[in-house]
Write a protein that binds this ligand. Structure first.
Ligand code: ZN
Length: 72
């Protein structure tokens, strides 16, 4: 799916997608943007308690492969 967003490097149209977080064999989730530095938790690998999180939109240039991320 082509977006209206243009590549800042070569000015071609960019394709919309997302980053996949493959933490488990059976479940696939889109990756999130999390505020601050990663902090280890005994229970979940990383703790994101009280953090601001956003889904990430990733745009890829079909011409030069440049990636640009947005967290609306
Ligand atoms: Zn490009």
């Amino acid at each position: 799916m082509e977006s209206e967003i243009k590549c800042p490097k070569c000015n071609s149209l960019m394709e919309e997608g997302f980053l996949l977080d493959r933490g488990s064999e059976n479940f696939l989730f889109p990756a999130w943007w999390v505020a601050g530095n990663p902090e280890k938790s005994i229970w979940m690998g990383l703790s994101i308690k009280n953090r601001e999180v956003f889904n990430i939109k990733a745009f890829r240039c079909s011409n030069c492969s440049f990636l640009e991320f947005y967290a609306p």
